[in-house]
Design a protein around this ligand. Structure first.
Ligand code: SF4
Ligand code: ZN
Ligand code: ZN
Length: 332
């Protein structure tokens, strides 16, 4: 296999384009695809301050890296969701990238700030973990972006992610979601930032190849809560189709953007107003995040009142045992 550009040995094959590149020309191809997505969809200008949602995985670290190389003013933001070792490891990878590249990083610590993890939010409010997690991430990225003067939040959703979401929306005829599925979601309220997905033209294996060629160390393990997720099933189904007919994902998603989306009219959205507790945009009086965290805190209070008081901690701890032993530290 030869590189299309220099005819040297190819290291990355792009079957959907019937082509292959050496490492150097793959990086060139990759950056050109991202630059083209940004320009065609008018996602960003070089005057914008961009907040990049970074999870420590290949897509988000690759996005942060490529945006900075393309000359954008891109700051990373990592949210500690409190999901045990997965969160600890992904935070380590994110911090290591920021330190190695002198990149600015903001960290929001959910257990530290709200006293519980997203899984505890979910348990206390009867949601599934991913629902509580998704709500928390959407809320916090928007809020932190506004508080720090960022006009745009960029996420690492790639072609495989978008095609899988589209397949799910089509299988269930979620017309309202179909109407809102796009590489750019423009702000519809003064307290709402624009969201962009500069990787919508790039396949997942290409973001992995980019991270490997650039030497970016990312977390390989998936979040434990993703096991059995429908989105993974849709991805597997699309991978089978892609294997038999390269270009299937691209033609599904790009075709939808070009021909399907204009046919699905967005219903007039409910008027957004400011949440009376936090000021973030919401359709009701209190936003979904405030309702969730307040309900979770209330459940915790009730549970603590029902639990018999634990014996007082000895003022003279045994040698080697810290006085606070027995109180679980917040999960970081
Ligand atoms: S799999 Fe679910 S809980 Fe885990 S990071 Fe993703 S949305 Fe959050
Ligand atoms: Zn080459
Ligand atoms: Zn609120």
């Amino acid at each position: 296999m030869r590189c299309r550009k220099c005819h040297g040995t190819a290291t990355v094959e792009i079957r959907r384009h019937h082509t292959a590149f050496c490492s150097e020309h793959f990086l060139e191809f990759f950056e050109r695809q991202v630059a083209r997505a940004i320009e065609e969809e008018r996602m960003l200008t070089h005057r914008d301050r961009v907040l990049v949602a970074v999870s420590g995985g290949k897509d988000s670290l690759a996005l942060w890296d490529v945006l900075r190389r393309l000359g954008y003013d891109a700051t990373g933001m990592y949210i500690n969701l409190g999901i045990g070792e997965y969160s600890r490891e992904s935070q380590r990878k994110t911090v290591a990238y920021a330190e190695a590249h002198g990149a600015e990083l903001l960290i929001v610590d959910i257990p530290g700030q709200y006293g519980m993890s997203v899984e505890e939010f979910a348990r206390a409010t009867g949601r599934v973990s991913c629902s509580a997690c998704g709500l928390s991430k959407r809320y916090l990225f928007n809020r932190v972006a506004l508080e720090h003067g960022f006009g745009v939040v960029a996420t690492g959703h790639n072609l495989d992610d978008e095609a899988a979401v589209l397949l799910g929306n089509l299988l269930h005829w979620q017309t309202e979601y179909l109407a809102r599925q796009a590489p750019v979601l423009r702000s519809a309220h003064p307290h709402q930032v624009t969201k962009v997905k500069p990787f919508y033209r790039i396949a997942e294996r290409e973001t992995a190849a980019y991270a490997i060629v650039r030497g970016i160390d990312y977390i390989v393990d998936e979040c434990p809560n993703s096991v059995g997720a429908r989105s993974l099933l849709y991805k597997e189904a699309l991978n089978l189709l892609e294997q038999a007919a390269p270009g299937t994902k691209q033609s599904l998603y790009w075709g939808f953007l070009e021909r399907g989306r204009p046919l699905v009219r967005a219903q007039d959205g409910a008027t957004l107003r400011d949440c009376v507790h936090c000021g973030q945009p919401t359709t009701g009086e209190v936003c979904a995040f405030c309702r969730m965290t307040e309900r979770a805190a209330e459940r915790m209070r009730v549970r603590r009142m029902r639990t018999p008081a634990s014996p007082p901690v000895s003022p003279e701890p045994a040698p080697g045992v810290p006085a606070a032993a027995g109180a679980a530290p917040p999960d970081r």
